[in-house]
Design a protein around this ligand. Structure first.
Ligand code: FE2
Ligand code: FE2
Length: 196
């Protein structure tokens, strides 16, 4: 089957569009984190944004490779989610749900690609589903920590590290201000089971 005539071709365009949208929505979250002076949280989100950018880039390239001719436009039907508002905690929860949906969608795209005989693209969608599931776990954990007010406060003492100067402490809560470089708490490394 020719890729241009396949459902997979349109799925590549749908996936590309989803990645672009996710990238911007997560950038909104990163903006919110910076606004709240949670610099390390912002950097964590930014790494996910960069992952989505690269997913978009890879999908774009796959579409480009489908033809020697210029591809002017691909018509697709797709919903555009607008759930997120300017609430950092709620947006983290919604981002985890977005990722959960992406996992399901990419798994079904992989199946279709397999059926249509595009094994390499099927493998790409399978890998993307795995990555989005990792993103889902990270967003969930960030949401849970923020919801339980445990991002910088734990039940037991843990190691806290200032990402600005490298100072470390072992305590139940992260220092408000780094005693060495005066960086604020938002500069302290997050303690995550699912880092990105
Ligand atoms: Fe992605
Ligand atoms: Fe993702």
């Amino acid at each position: 089957m020719n890729l241009i005539e396949s459902t997979t071709y349109h799925n590549l365009a749908r996936a590309y569009s989803s990645e672009c949208q996710a990238m911007v929505r997560y950038k909104f979250i990163e903006y919110g984190a910076r606004y709240n002076k949670l610099n390390v949280l912002a950097e964590t989100i930014d790494r996910i944004v960069y992952n989505e950018f690269n997913h978009a880039r890879i999908l774009y390239t796959k579409i480009q490779d489908a033809s020697d001719e210029q591809i002017d436009n691909i018509e697709i039907e797709q919903g555009v989610p607008f759930r997120e508002k300017w609430d950092l905690k709620e947006n983290l929860r919604l981002a985890a749900l977005d990722e959960e949906k992406e996992v399901t969608v990419y798994k079904s795209f992989a199946k279709t690609a397999q059926k249509e005989g595009f094994n390499e693209i099927a493998e790409l969608f399978t890998q993307l589903a795995r990555i989005e599931d990792k993103h889902r776990k990270t967003f969930s954990e960030l949401y849970e920590q923020m919801n339980a007010d445990s991002m910088y406060k734990k039940d037991k003492p843990v190691k806290w590290k200032c990402t600005a100067c490298g100072y470390e402490s072992f305590d139940g809560a992260a220092f408000d201000k780094c005693p060495v470089c005066q960086a604020e708490q938002g500069q302290v490394a997050l303690v995550l089971k699912n880092p990105v």
